[in-house]
Design a protein around this ligand. Sequence first.
Ligand SMILES: [Fe+2]
Length: 488
Amino acid sequence: MTPIEREFLDRVARIPHHGLGLSVDVYQPDLFELVGALNRRGLDYGYLEIFKAAPSALEVLRRRLPGVLLSYHAEGLWVTQPDPETLSPFHAGLDEAAEQLGILDSHWLNHECAAKQMAGHAFGTYLPALFTAASADVTAANIAQAQQRLDRAFRARAGRNGHDGMGPLFLLETPPLTYVGFGDLTMAEFFRLVTDRTPCGVVLDIGHLWTVYRYTGEWRRRPLAAFLAGFLEAFPLERVVEIHMAGLALHQAVPSRARPDGEPPLWIDAHGAPIPDVLSDMLAQVLEHRGLVNLKGVALEVDTKPIPTIVEEFAQACERFGNRVARDWRERRERRDSIRASRARPARRACSTPADGRLVEQYDRYAQIVTGRAASGLPVLGGDASALPLYVEHYLPHEILEWGGAVHEMFPETCRDLDRAGIALDAFVRFWFREPRANDQAYDFFLLKITRFVEFVREVLPAASGTAVREAQALREGYQAACEQVGA
Ligand SMILES: [Fe+2]
């Protein structure tokens, strides 16, 4: 066994079994209404995974749900990027995460293997890591740095008395593909390289995996069950600590078209959408795998989903998977040694972020391709970029203009002024991605949208900038108040 494998096992052994739970957002839907609805239906949940929120909101939650296991879904820690500190304050973000982990008493920090900022550009939703060996090195080094900082924060908080020096475990989640992915490794190979280099855990997201099958063109080559079986053999399953399952849906901005026989739908990850049967069948196949020896929890990700649908789907999940997830995992742990021995390999520990100029250039190219400013220049996952235009032409403009706050609703008066002056809002999308920008603020897409829109108006219609500034101020104040007000 390598020292890295040993360290992972030491860390994961401290995590209690969490069971079948829900991954939620404190704001939407109302978490206390959801908990009430689950209780009325007599449904027991093993834990709640909470998305990053205002500390005051998390404190209210901790106080009102004593005795409930809570875990933490972080955001804004761009561990996949070669320059995380220059994109968004990485170290301050880790300290903030440590505080939130402490409020929740969480045993882990989960973060997507993806970023919403790269090469000086900001996006509203995740772009997966570039799946190459150099990128795996950088990701592992950043995770190692993050884990050290969390350990330090928890050691300092505990003082000298009785702390073993280990903070909550960093978990890296398999990301979704939104129509396309880039790199020359499969996602399984990439995760294997990362886990060989650092003792992190992993979250396996079933819906995200479906999008990998869909957008790497694997569906043209083999049936889903055969793809999944092959994936599970190559993936570091012994590092999987949590499994996620959410919905999939067509995107509202993408025009529908007739599909030839056998072609899967153009679904993407959608937490508010119902869970299709195909994902439940995939989950069943995953849970049967003998390599899954360190699993602690399975969560339905339900943020933005209507409460009646959550309750119904959770009831179904309890019925189909409850026993299997609650099963004593001791039997699986006993199998661990033999599996570990068969997979033993020399480990090369990542200890600092390698300065890799080529990776910086590749991420710059990545940002250019997905924003339509370059046509190619990176290896495409599975060689299939056929759905990339959907991202560039429909998904991305919708993200800037509508997603996480519709610009015309946020700035109604300014938009009327722009309209009267004959300036279309599409110009804001081009303005947004025109050049890379330095940023010293923690990532917040809504606040960024406000700032950028005021800058845009100042440039294209200076006469309306006073109106834009006034509307921006009201938005910021309302946002701040809403973030802090949860079930107080
Ligand atoms: Fe997930």
